[in-house]
Every structure is written in C-alpha cells, then in structure tokens.
Design a protein around this ligand. Structure first.
Ligand code: BTN
Length: 265
C-alpha cells in the first residue's frame, strides 16, 4: 500500500506583513496561489504605482524564470518564490545584486544556523550546491531607474534528489539541516534583513565586505560564459562595481560584469 503524502500547508503572510508594517520592505505582501511569474505581477504592480517594498509571493509559477533565459521550477507549498518591488536611485540600483544575496545569507544563518556561501555574482550555495537563485530586473526611463524587481527563489523544504528536472547540483535548506524549515520564519527574516540593508546603505562598506568574503569563487580557476563569449582564468577579485576580475593565462586582467561561472579543477 502506498502511503499518501500530506500536502504541506499554504504559506501564511498576514502576520509577516503586520510585523513589518514599519519596515521598508514587506509591509505589503500579495500572496497568490498560481502565477506565471512573480516578476510579472510585481511589474504590473509597479505600473499601477504600488508602494515601494511591496512583495509578491506565489506557491506556484507556471513560467518562473531564471538568469540566461532559463526556467525556474518551484515546488508548491514547499519552497519560497517571491519578488520585491523597489524604486531605487541609479546608484542604489547598482548595489542591489550585492545587498540581496547578503540579506539572504544573513537570514539563512539566523533561521537555520547554516552558513551559506556565494557563487559570483549571487547564487547562494550550501556545500557547493545551489539553494537560492536571485534575478534582478529593472526598467529605465531616460537615465533614471523606473523600478527594480528582486526575484528570489529558495529551495526550502523540497528534496531536489526527488526532482529529475533539477538539472544542476541543487539542495534545499531542509536537506542540509535534516529537518523542515518554517517558510514563514525564513520569509520574515529575509524581508527584515533586506529592509535593513536597503535602508542602511550607509553601512555599504560592511555589506560589501560580507559579500566579497562570502564569494567562494575568488582564487579559483573558472570559466565564465555569457552569450557566445567565454573567458577562462583565475577569479582574482571583484572591483567596487561588483565586476569579477579574471586573470587570464596570458597574464592580462579582464573585468566581467555578468556571466555564468563554472569551476575548473
Ligand atoms: C537564477 O538562479 O538564475 C535566478 C532564479 C530566480 C527565481 C525567482 S523565483 C521568484 C522570482 N520569479 C521568477 O520567475 N524568478 C524569480
């Protein structure tokens, strides 16, 4: 006889929004069971003039997206998939890809005690396996940023080993911890940390140092691909813009603004 698995309960967001009523992020949370992508809903919210810090969370995305035009698969009622709407200045917008993974790292440590690392620029990993992906989309008008949307997908309680479509080395918080993790507690911690980091950008140097020292990419021999391009070399450092500084075999140094990193032995 096959034991029927109980569907885990739906995410409850009311108490989270209430606890964040005076925070920059998370004071308004839209919870939707099924969407194409939370990025689409957040963009519609921006076009309607929704307040900064609005969060869109979904249990299921039918067209969830990742970087490089890839698909993001979510497991309903087990993981977290959400987007955060911001109206940053141009200067602040360049810092979002640093602030966001640092806030996620801090929240993961606070809630689970696990210490995650980053793969440049912002994949969050546990033991060399991806646990969280971050996608940032922005809309511009003239030289101003109209809005920016942070998209965060975290494997919380699902077991990637059971998903034949998980085409990359993935893990989840529960798989690493050996017990389930409260999605509510984690979402609240991430929104709190994001709100603090976003508001206190004057503490930028601390956030920057934390981002840089969490990058397991540095010091390693890597390949970086973007579109048709490929660069190889040692990931020597990052510059103040967040570019990866790659030392090629011929000794020259190149600064890369984006790309997918593969580690070489
Ligand atoms: C990546 O790993 O390349 C980024 C993945 C980002 C996934 C999240 S899930 C919530 C939000 N909605 C999406 O469609 N994508 C992001």
């Amino acid at each position: 006889m096959s034991a029927r698995r109980k569907t885990p309960p739906a995410l409850k967001v009311e108490a989270i929004a209430a606890s964040l009523h005076s925070s920059a992020i998370g004071h308004r949370i839209l919870y939707l069971p099924v969407v194409t992508s939370t990025m689409d809903i957040a963009r519609q919210e921006a076009e309607r003039g929704a307040p900064e810090g609005t969060v869109v969370v979904a249990e299921e995305q039918t067209a969830g997206r990742a970087r490089f035009g890839r698909q993001w698969l979510s497991t309903p009622n087990q993981n977290l998939a959400f987007s955060v709407l911001l109206y940053p200045s141009r200067r602040t917008s360049t810092r979002l890809s640093t602030v966001t993974p640092v806030a996620v790292l801090r929240a993961i440590t606070k809630v689970t005690g696990l210490s995650a690392t980053l793969k440049w620029p912002n994949d969050v990993r546990l033991g060399e396996k991806k646990v969280c992906g971050i996608l940032i989309e922005a809309a511009f008008q003239d030289s101003q940023v109209r809005h920016a949307i942070l998209g965060i997908g975290i494997n919380v309680n699902f077991n990637p080993a059971e998903d034949p479509q998980a085409g990359f080395a993935a893990t989840s918080l529960a798989a690493e911890l050996g017990k389930p993790v409260s999605r509510e507690e984690l979402l609240q911690a991430i929104l709190t940390e994001l709100g603090l980091a976003y508001t206190h950008l004057r503490e930028w140097d601390r956030v920057w140092d934390e981002w840089r020292s969490s990058l397991e990419t540095l010091g390693r021999q890597v390949q970086v691909r973007w579109g048709e391009h490929l660069e190889e070399g040692v990931a020597e450092d990052v510059d103040s813009e967040g570019n990866l500084l790659l030392r090629r075999a011929d000794g020259t140094l190149v600064a890369l603004a984006a790309g997918e990193v593969t580690f070489q032995l």
